[in-house]
Design a protein around this ligand. Structure first.
Ligand code: SAH
Ligand code: SF4
Ligand code: F3S
Length: 440
């Protein structure tokens, strides 16, 4: 009988991708995945520390599985990812949840087989944390979630130290992967039927690899654009401080690079941006948007916003609202500022009252959402190309795909279209999705 594992992943695509590698490693050890944690011999939570609610969700999960472990002590309970990278929180978890058998971090998941072996052999708790990823193995087996689209990590870590953010502490220093290894990985994906790749990094625009020559992010896009079997290239995230003309030129030239940029602004106030240590001003950001829209007229722009950063005044917030109206974002992730351990902003005394944060958050959505909807309505009557991702959750006769501008579109179709490119005429548009009919 094969052993079974259950894994739940929190956080960003980086963690999703690490989970694909963790699953790949476990499969190579003879484990099979189960979707029911009651059947699992090994339960893994791949965790996120970015905001307090991500942390609380883990504690909720651990509280809930305590009984499973008590009923069957041979089950192995593991916590990995970004949360255990923080020393104090890791110690807290080890104390508060004594039934956890294994803790590993963002730089040690490649050791999982030996860690499991240690637990079984020595029958004691195992903790494996490394602060940086110098020793992380690159060529791990991956058990990819989709068979038509894949993540490809192009860099590790982050050196930007935005004053609110834990990622530089949980993921270590910024390092770009070998240019030729990335190209080979994408070629291989293409040969295996993958149509779309998403390049991952905390700031993909700062990609830089030196060997026979120096390769930047624009060079990488141009090289990947030449790979015959790949249809679409996406990337996430871009940092405004690192967006340059060569990148915009490469986006424009490369037909396979999707017309979409996720460009987190965080705040529309130059004062707040400075205190966030973002290293660009409101004007710098607007200038990038002007250039992008001029060079690539149908480009879709999405963003991240933090509301209620310490010291944010009503005037600062008003500048965010004005900027939203000026840029007209296609979509966005919006967050209430959350105090994070070890960050400079978390130590500030001028934290914003929760009530004011929530009130500003609602006002931001009131400006963003109608714009999302208006942009989507402008697609009505147009025919768009979709890469078909999924069967619809509510009605199995419907499929869901994405346009190259990353809009979600539902349409009636047979599941043999999954993973294929199809044309759909848009008939209906809402804030977060559109509906249409397939044109054959
Ligand atoms: N590297 C990416 C972002 C990764 S984290 C970038 O800089 O663009 C994703 C988003 O989480 C950030 O863009 C930010 O909007 C949000 N975030 C990070 N730390 C936060 C905090 N302490 N409180 C609220 N939101 C936060
Ligand atoms: Fe966090 Fe800033 Fe790095 Fe993004 S760029 S991961 S927000 S420190
Ligand atoms: Fe990602 Fe959360 Fe870690 S956003 S990098 S999983 S702290």
């Amino acid at each position: 009988m094969n052993k079974q594992f259950f894994i739940e992943t929190f956080g960003c695509q980086m963690n999703e991708y690490d989970s694909e590698k963790i699953c790949g490693l476990l499969y190579s050890q003879g484990y099979l995945e189960t979707m029911d944690n009651r059947d699992a011999d090994l339960i893994i939570y791949n965790t996120c520390l970015i905001r307090e609610n991500a942390e609380k969700r883990l504690y909720g999960k651990l509280g809930a599985i305590k009984k499973l472990k008590m009923d069957n002590p041979s089950k192995i309970i593991a916590v990995c990812g970004c949360i255990p990278q923080n020393d104090e929180i890791r110690e807290f978890i080890l104390k508060k949840f004594p039934f956890i058998d294994l803790i590993f971090g963002t730089n040690t998941y490649d050791r999982l087989p030996e860690l499991l072996y240690d637990i079984e052999l020595k029958n004691k708790r195992v903790v494996s944390i490394l602060k940086d990823s110098d020793e992380l193995k690159e060529d791990l087996p991956k058990n990819r979630k989709f068979s038509h689209k894949a993540f490809v990590n192009i860099m590790h870590g982050c050196d930007n130290y935005c004053s609110y953010c834990v990622v530089p502490y949980t993921r270590g220093r910024e390092k770009s992967r070998n240019f030729h290894d990335i190209v080979e990985e994408v070629k291989d994906l293409g040969l295996n039927g993958y149509k779309e790749i998403t390049l991952l990094g905390q700031n993909v625009n700062s990609y830089l690899f030196e060997s026979d020559k120096t390769y930047n992010f624009a060079d990488l896009l141009r090289e990947l654009n030449e790979i015959e079997s790949i249809d679409r290239i996406r990337f996430i995230s871009s940092h405004p401080k690192s967006v340059d003309d060569d990148f915009i030129k490469a986006m424009k030239e490369c037909k396979k690079v999707c017309n979409q940029v996720h460009l987190p602004i965080q705040s529309g106030s130059t004062k707040v941006l400075k205190e966030m240590n973002r290293k660009y001003s409101r004007e710098n950001y607007l200038e990038i948007i002007r250039k992008l829209k001029k060079e690539i007229p149908d480009v879709a722009i999405s963003s991240d916003f933090i509301v209620g950063f310490p010291g944010e005044t009503e005037e600062d917030f008003q500048e965010t609202l004005d900027l939203v109206k000026e840029v007209r974002f296609d979509s966005a992730f919006t967050f209430l500022y959350s105090i994070r351990p070890g960050t400079p902003a978390g130590r500030r005394e001028d934290q914003i009252d929760e009530k004011i944060k929530h009130e500003r958050f609602d006002r931001l959505l009131d400006v963003l959402y109608p714009i999302f909807e208006e942009i989507n309505i402008s697609y009505i009557g147009k025919t768009v190309e979709l890469l078909v991702d999924n069967v619809s959750k509510n009605d199995e006769s419907y499929l869901t795909g994405r346009t190259d501008t990353n809009k979600i579109v539902h349409f009636k179709g047979d599941r043999n279209l999954l993973g294929k490119l199809v044309n759909v005429k848009i008939e209906k548009a809402k804030t977060w999705y559109m509906e249409g009919t397939r044109i054959e």
